[in-house]
Design a protein around this ligand. Structure first.
Ligand code: GLU
Length: 331
């Protein structure tokens, strides 16, 4: 294909390990975020064979620093880019630690069917067998692939393509940290071939109710955790700090101890929406009679950090728990 006919892909650099360097090639775990997006791109000039690539340094941060304001600005920038006839797809380079949160947020608020691919790396750019360069070129291949459109926001790592709704980090250091047990990947990148084998069915992008164009700040949602001997004061602290929603990373299938129930009741007395997610790392939290008794919401198969993202957006529309539940059932 002549270069002038290749898709135009904009890469937005946000930081993360893919943009990091260590002092030794054998050091894969202790490194500094040093590289700008141009240095990240310089490692893979081969990507020009797949797309006409341009890059913007959107921010340069470790992803544990990404906050609601950054998410909102990123979504606005991507929506502006994708509204242009000169842009065919966007790739976001991102730290893997909170990549699933950013990707799921974008999945709910990007208003385009053009591909958006979020990519990162588990090893810094200086490491032997650094995974960033191949992950990045794979992300560009996916972004440029005709089949990538209308699938929602995608995460590409370790030769696999996943849906933002379902991908989650499940390992602290391994290059296959984004293995998805229950829901599987939706495609692979093998050599030059991009193959899709599944279509995400949860509503995304142009099919969602969420429009953040006029949203200046997202309602505050905090996460608290269930464990043996837990008291309810962490929930009370979140309420006092001004949370409008609380995601409870409960035990098992969203079970609530008597203390957690006191927390949920206190949340409801203050008009705070209380969502039962799970600390388990797999499976869904199913509807339960406790939701009728305490006016709580079941998180479906969203892990706590993704449930926080969805609840933040839903609270821009309603704080009625029964309506909130319908969004968790749908998205
Ligand atoms: N904690 C850093 C971040 O999330 C590095 C993790 C990574 O990118 O793998 O940005």
């Amino acid at each position: 294909m002549p270069a002038s006919a290749l898709p135009r892909v904009v890469i937005l650099g946000t930081g993360g390990t893919i943009a990091a360097a260590a002092t030794a090639t054998t050091n894969t775990t202790d490194y500094e975020l040093t590289h700008g997006i141009e240095a990240v791109l310089a490692a893979v000039p081969e990507m020009q064979a797949y797309a006409r690539v341009s890059a913007e340094q959107f921010v340069n941060m470790a992803s544990q620093e990404v906050d609601n304001a950054t998410l909102l600005r990123l979504a606005l920038r991507i929506n502006v880019l994708l509204a242009s006839d000169d842009v065919d797809a966007v790739v976001v380079t991102h730290g893997t630690d909170t990549m699933e949160e950013t990707a799921y947020f974008l999945n709910l608020v990007v208003k385009s069917i053009k591909p958006v691919v979020v990519v990162g790396a588990m090893r810094p750019s200086t490491a032997l067998s650094a995974d960033g360069p191949l992950n990045l070129i794979n992300a560009v291949k996916v972004a440029a692939a005709p089949d990538a459109a209308a699938k929602g926001v995608l995460i590409v790592l370790n030769d696999r393509i996943g849906a933002a709704r379902h991908m989650a980090k499940t390992h602290t250091t391994a290059t296959d940290a984004f293995l998805v047990s229950e829901f599987g990947t939706i495609g692979t990148v093998l050599g030059t071939e991009v193959n899709f084998h599944a279509q995400p069915l949860r509503a995304h992008t142009i099919h969602t109710d969420f429009d953040v164009t006029q949203v200046a700040t997202l309602p505050k949602v905090d996460i608290t955790y269930g464990y043996q001997n837990a008291d309810s004061y962490m929930v009370d602290a979140a309420i006092t700090a001004g949370a409008k929603g609380i995601v409870y990373a409960a035990t098992g299938n969203g079970t609530l101890s008597e203390a957690a129930k006191r927390g949920a009741a206190s949340a409801r007395e203050h008009g705070v929406v209380f969502v039962r997610s799970t600390r388990v790392g797999g499976g869904s939290v199913t509807h339960h009679r406790v939701d009728a008794e305490l006016d709580t919401v079941a998180a479906n198969s969203l892990n706590p950090q993704k449930a926080r993202i969805l609840l933040s957006l839903v609270l821009t529309l309603t704080s009625d728990p029964r309506r909130v539940q319908t969004y968790f059932d749908h998205y």
